[in-house]
Design a protein around this ligand. Structure first.
Ligand SMILES: CC(=O)N[C@H]1[C@@H](OP(=O)(O)OP(=O)(O)OC[C@H]2O[C@@H](n3ccc(=O)[nH]c3=O)[C@H](O)[C@@H]2O)O[C@H](CO)[C@@H](O)[C@@H]1O[C@H](C)C(=O)N[C@@H](C)C(=O)N[C@H](CCC(=O)O)C(=O)O
Ligand SMILES: Nc1ncnc2c1ncn2[C@@H]1O[C@H](COP(=O)(O)OP(=O)(O)OP(=O)(O)O)[C@@H](O)[C@H]1O
Length: 508
């Protein structure tokens, strides 16, 4: 319990009323979670406006409100405070409420269009192999020490309040390094403000979320905030500081200046100026072997992940390990200790004479790279099944369709998470891109809204030596229609569809 005043000291207050010393027991940004003694922070969202729920929060026991707009609803509150931006304020209030947990942990942020989850898993693996106690926050998992925390919000970078709470739990459990996925939404919406970042890692910056950010420049600028956090870090922190950038990626290069005086380490497979690089890359069925080269030595890595892009992710992680002072051997051992990342390039094997892969590719770049990778692995045709999320990055849909038309032999366009959009329309926008690239419906692709039927159609068409790629759902456990979350398990669905075709061996 803390006096309200102690949570406000970092805020520029526009107006305040009532008892600013009132004790605060909890902070919340959703009225439905307000408890007696809470401070309710009203956020403006994309569906509704938290200011509408001031009365609801008060009824449930909130004693103070933090708002952007003053109204009569505040008359009943023992204390109320107005600021210009409640999302930015929430991060400050939350950090103060949990007593700045990131002051007592090393913090690594990983951003980029693709490869964030994989790279955080790899960094986490190499830190653990080096004997550190770690915490992880991202799309696939949230882990505090050895405890896995349920994660069904579908948010990669949690709201600042939830993130500060997680960091406080990590501090309590003796975590030494927290590895956080830092999405552009999270950065732009102040979810990561007041986290003392020591290392920033940028995998790549290509095409995503332009609906939210407007332009590629704004998207890059949002990602650059992570570098600014490191640039502005308190010099007294007892952790190494640095920025890891992909020398082969134009987007990553374009934000390098935001690192300020922080040391920058470049990684890359072919880029000549890369300080962390890979030589003698040898892809095989069970992974990729390569020689890791760092400024202080090299070591053989037997990475258990497929694909050149995963070599890049491994180099990004290796660069972070290098900045932390690990040797090339230590880094190699850590990278090798990761078996797989859930829902990424997972083979589904029921004894069928063709390859089935479940993967989370949902950006144009990832789609292209995964198709190119699998093309090299199988002799037969590539058949893809994918959709595009509703209410997210509409501009990518025709790009996805065009890539499938160019690089796959047959595609079934289906639903991903339509949310409140019409699923058929989303699919048609993908199909439009495919048509624009010369594909013909019926011959080169089909549109089947029902994802389980789409998967069945693709598998029925596969012949020995082909590969069926089920993309975009990966580890996720539901398909979102409107506000309904329909349970979904892509791997289980593939196995049951294969069983219907008569293939019934043990799956993954
Ligand atoms: C589009 C977006 O970012 N939405 C965020 C937004 O939710 P929203 O706009 O839907 O909120 P809303 O429903 O309009 O409600 C506004 C406010 O009223 C409150 N409310 C609402 C109802 C009520 O009865 N009482 C009440 O107090 C809500 O709790 C909220 O604070 O504000 C919420 C609270 O801060 C966030 O949780 C939510 O993230 C949602 C879950 C989300 O899906 N965000 C995505 C786009 C996202 O952030 N994605 C990135 C990853 C992207 C990538 O893959 O790279 C991420 O980091 O996860
Ligand atoms: N470095 C990379 N470049 C391009 N594509 C990649 C890269 N790494 C992974 N991918 C592809 O992107 C998909 C998602 O990978 P991953 O989950 O690591 O990325 P992410 O950035 O965390 O995505 P999200 O935040 O949406 O979960 C993978 O399934 C793979 O197809």
């Amino acid at each position: 319990m803390l006096p309200l005043r102690s949570l406000l000291h970092a805020l520029a207050i526009e107006r305040a009323a009532g008892d600013l010393d009132i004790p605060i027991t909890e902070v919340c940004y959703d009225s439905r979670q307000a408890l007696p003694g809470a401070l309710f922070v009203a956020l403006r969202g994309s569906y509704t406006d938290g200011h509408r729920y001031l009365e609801d929060a008060r009824r449930r026991g909130a004693v103070a409100a933090l708002v952007e707009e003053w109204s009569n609803a505040l008359d009943d509150y023992p204390a109320a405070v107005q600021v210009v931006d409640t999302r930015a304020a929430l991060a400050r209030v939350a950090a103060a409420f949990f007593q700045n947990p990131s002051n007592d942990l090393g913090v690594i942020g990983v951003t980029g269009t693709d490869g964030k989850s994989t790279t955080t898993f790899l960094i986490d693996a190499l830190l653990r192999a080096a004997g550190y106690h770690t915490g992880l926050v991202g799309t696939v998992a949230v882990r505090v020490g050895d405890r896995v925390v349920e994660h069904d919000t579908r948010q990669t970078t949690p709201e600042s309040l939830d993130l500060q709470r997680l960091l406080a739990n990590m501090r309590r459990e003796g975590v030494q390094w927290a590895v956080l996925e830092a999405t552009s939404h999270g950065l732009a919406m102040h979810r990561l403000d007041c986290c003392a970042f020591d290392l920033a890692v940028v995998t790549n910056i290509t095409h995503e979320h332009l609906d939210f950010h407007g332009t590629i420049e704004a998207y890059r600028r949002a990602k650059a905030r992570l570098l600014e956090f490191v640039a502005q870090r308190d010099d007294l922190r007892p952790y190494p500081r640095g920025v890891v950038l992909n020398a082969g990626d134009e987007g990553a290069r374009s934000i390098a200046a935001y690192a300020g005086s922080a040391p920058v380490i470049w990684f890359g497979v072919d880029a000549t100026e890369a300080e962390i690089t890979a030589r003698n890359i040898h892809p095989h069925n069970a992974g990729t072997d390569f020689e890791l080269v760092t400024p202080t030595g090299s070591a053989l890595v037997r990475l258990k992940l497929l694909g050149r892009f995963n070599v890049e992710n491994a180099l990004a992680a290796a660069a972070a390990g290098y900045l932390l002072g690990l040797t090339a051997e230590q880094i190699a051992g850590g990278l090798e200790s990761l078996d797989h990342v859930p829902g990424r390039l997972r083979r589904i094997d029921a004894g069928q004479p063709f390859t089935v892969i479940v993967d989370y590719a949902h950006t144009p770049e990832a789609l292209q790279r995964v198709l190119e990778l699998v093309r090299e692995l199988v002799p037969g045709r590539l058949i893809t099944v994918f959709g595009s999320a509703g209410e997210r990055d509409r501009a990518k849909r025709p790009l996805q369709g065009a890539i499938a038309a160019r690089l796959a032999d047959f595609s079934v366009f289906t639903s991903e998470d339509p949310r409140f959009e019409d699923p058929e329309r989303i699919i048609d926008e993908i199909a439009e891109g495919a048509r624009g690239a010369g594909a013909i419906e019926g011959r080169d692709f089909l549109c089947i809204e029902d994802r389980s039927q789409a998967i069945r159609e693709a598998l029925r068409r596969a012949t020995p030596g082909d590969a069926v790629l089920l993309l975009g759902k990966g580890h996720e456990r539901c398909i979102i229609y409107g506000s309904e979350r329909r349970p979904w398990d892509e791997s289980a669905e593939a196995l049951s569809a294969l069983a219907e075709l008569g293939y019934r061996n043990e799956g993954e």
